[in-house]
Design a binder for this molecule. Structure first.
Ligand SMILES: C[S@@+](CC[C@H](N)C(=O)[O-])C[C@H]1O[C@@H](n2cnc3c(N)ncnc32)[C@H](O)[C@@H]1O
Length: 287
């Protein structure tokens, strides 16, 4: 049964670039984790990406090897496969424009994105307080997870968690990523984002707080290029998803309905099957 589904998905994937949407490669990753056929599956992933993008297999293989080195050397607050999923979208993205990262922690995701940006001729703009989380508002002290999908029930946040100084992040990116592709913006989002005037093609927001996320969306949604991707962590956090997708908030801020949130509530990637490994990623797209 699983084989049948897999064949179907691969068939769809082989038809064109748009089919490289991340949730469609989820089954390959499930196999990768569950059956431990890492090398085979990695090879399939490489083949798939090279077939559907302009990039050679050797190029993709060396990129993945570098991402693995980052996982082994920098403390990251994301799963390795989450970056593979965003990598698939970025390699297939046929839109000019920089990549923006909101929330760097120690610079693991920054280093990975910087390598992908360097190889695809994009700039990476990385925003963070570089002092960790600000004091939480009442809304952000505690969030509930989606009850039936996550093994955890709640998450509690405190000021200063996930701190990585600018020096530490820069040093990690210099060692393991490509620092020349990066610009860094130190400060709280409400101070740094309003002055940013470029139009991004791809955004990765990993900021934990609802208040921070709303600030990011408020400043960047209008600037995102049509067809551009807006990825976010916290797909499995019920309170976060509920607040971020509030129709009244979208109507008040942008005079529009919220976009479709792909993966919200279950996480793109390992979403079904005998074994369930939900990622914590969802995304929305600008029309
Ligand atoms: C979970 S960590 C990011 C993890 C990182 N992307 C990774 O994969 O390793 C959250 C980050 O968001 C930053 N952050 C949250 N709210 C912020 C705000 N309002 N202004 C600036 N930085 C903020 C924190 O400093 C922290 O580095």
């Amino acid at each position: 049964m699983l084989d049948k589904i897999k064949k179907k998905i691969i068939g769809v994937l082989q038809k064109g670039t748009e089919t490289l949407l991340p949730n469609k490669v989820g089954d390959l990753f499930e196999e990768l984790i569950v059956n431990k056929t890492y090398k085979d599956t990695k090879e399939k992933y490489i083949q798939l990406l090279s077939k559907n993008t302009k990039f050679e297999k050797s190029f993709i293989r060396s990129l993945i090897n570098k991402l693995e080195i980052i996982d082994n050397n920098i403390k990251c607050a994301h799963g390795p496969f989450e970056l593979y999923l965003m990598q698939a979208s970025l390699l297939a993205l046929d839109l000019k424009g920089p990549v923006l990262e909101l929330g760097c922690y120690k610079g693991g995701s920054t280093a990975k994105l910087s390598l992908i940006c360097n190889l695809t001729g994009r700039e990476l703009h990385a925003f963070d307080s570089f002092e960790g989380l600000p004091p939480p508002s009442e809304l952000d002290v505690k969030h509930n997870f989606i009850p039936w999908i996550s093994t955890k029930k709640t998450v509690h946040y405190t000021c200063g968690s996930y701190a990585g100084s600018l020096e530490e992040v820069k040093s990690n990116v210099s060692k393991y990523g490509n620092i020349d592709s990066c610009s860094f913006y130190k400060g709280f989002f409400e101070e740094t984002l309003p002055n940013f005037s470029q139009k991004p093609a791809f955004i990765f927001m990993d900021v934990d707080y609802i208040e921070s996320a709303k600030n990011v969306i408020k400043n960047l949604w209008p600037k995102l290029i049509s067809g551009g991707y807006f990825f976010s962590h916290e797909a499995l956090v019920e309170d976060y998803i509920k607040e971020i997708s509030d129709p009244l908030w979208w109507r008040t801020e942008f005079n529009e309905s919220p976009p479709l949130f792909y993966g919200a509530g279950y996480g793109i990637c390992w979403r079904s099957g005998k074994y369930s490994f939900p990622s914590n990623l969802f995304y929305f797209k600008k029309n």
